[in-house]
Design a binder for this molecule. Structure first.
Ligand SMILES: [Zn+2]
Length: 333
């Protein structure tokens, strides 16, 4: 593990605040990093851990050269712990009591190399009840020199009694320029950077996942199908429904989301706002094909289909067929 402060894109406010606390030696023993997924909370926690474990830090920055820094870089630091949810059987991934007990046992010993022990509790909201209660006891009577960094994108799912014992550091979604920078570092083309950022709602994690999942191709497909919808024959419509019916629920979810976003951008175009991303040109052509009232109707149908997709026992093919029919349908009064 080797994340330096300098390598974290954006999040200037949390970084400034943490560095201020570090240099003033006023960092509390429990911190809670909150905010949406994929915006740099974990990387910031890692950078902070590096600074806390270093034997010769300067102004909140680790030296990179002491035995402690070297052990951390090789992922073999005896005073650094990371606890995260694990899958078990069919249940949702969770943090159970066993790893928590092992952690508490390790923390009862003094640090081996570093000036203190550091624990990152990733997805801390996934602690099951036993684990959370056991952790709460530790927070109430913290062992010696240890700093806990809790990370969550679901703050409301954490026990209030845990939240109230931590200093909360909120993280905000990334701005477009920051997303571009992160995507550029992953060798994503300029054009794709803009399109992914427009879909990612400020989350670099989301943007990278969309990129890996071929989301832009799927969105291009949605944009190709949209103008053809009014002219589809009943047979063609069934064929499209069959094809879309073969998507997994997740893929269908992306498809519906892209449809909704395209329709939303179309509506923005009618009111003179040019949407971001590289598809503005294609949308302008679409805007000439549909009436504004029609697009409203289509947006309602897409939103409804998206909602139904996550209901139980949904048949994706029937759902898509019904949607295509509604998209094709005449404007209702
Ligand atoms: Zn060091």
């Amino acid at each position: 593990m080797k994340t330096a402060w300098e390598n974290i894109v954006g999040q200037n406010e949390p970084k400034r605040r943490l560095l201020r606390l570090l240099t003033a030696d006023r960092l509390p023993h429990a911190l809670l990093f909150t905010g949406p997924q994929g915006i740099g909370k974990c990387r910031t926690a890692e950078a902070l851990a590096g600074a806390l474990l270093c034997m010769n830090p300067a102004n909140g920055h680790p030296c990179g050269d002491c035995p402690s820094c070297r052990a951390l870089a090789r992922d073999i630091h005896p005073d650094f712990f990371r606890v995260e949810p694990e899958a078990s059987g069919k249940g949702a991934r969770s943090i159970r009591i066993e790893p928590m007990r092992a952690l508490m046992a390790a923390l009862s010993r003094p640090p081996e190399t570093a000036p203190r022990q550091v624990v990152i509790l990733d997805d801390a909201d996934r602690m099951n009840e036993a684990a959370a209660n056991s952790f709460l006891k530790t927070l109430e009577e913290p062992p010696g020199a240890v700093v806990f960094i809790l990370v969550t994108s679901a703050r409301a799912a954490l026990l209030d009694t845990i939240v109230s014992r931590c200093l909360e550091i909120p993280f905000a979604p990334l701005i477009d320029a920051e997303l571009y920078e992160i995507l550029r570092r992953h060798e994503v083309s300029k054009e794709a950077q803009r399109d992914l950022a427009a879909l990612a709602e400020g989350s670099a994690g989301r943007a990278l996942a969309l990129h890996a999942g071929g989301a832009l191709e799927r969105r291009a497909e949605v944009l190709r199908l949209l103008p053809r919808i009014p002219e589809l024959s009943p047979l063609e419509l069934l064929a499209e429904g069959k094809r879309l019916g073969e998507l997994s629920r997740e893929e269908a979810g992306d498809w519906l989301r892209f449809l909704r976003l395209a329709l939303r951008d179309l509506l923005a175009l009618y009111s003179g706002v040019l949407p971001s991303g590289g598809t503005a040109h294609g949308l302008a052509a679409l805007a000439e094909r549909f009436l504004e009232a029609q697009v409203f109707q289509m947006l309602a149908a897409a939103t409804e289909a998206e909602r139904r997709l996550y209901g139980s026992n949904v048949n994706i093919r029937l759902l898509m067929e019904a949607l295509l029919l509604r998209l094709q349908g005449p404007v209702e009064g």
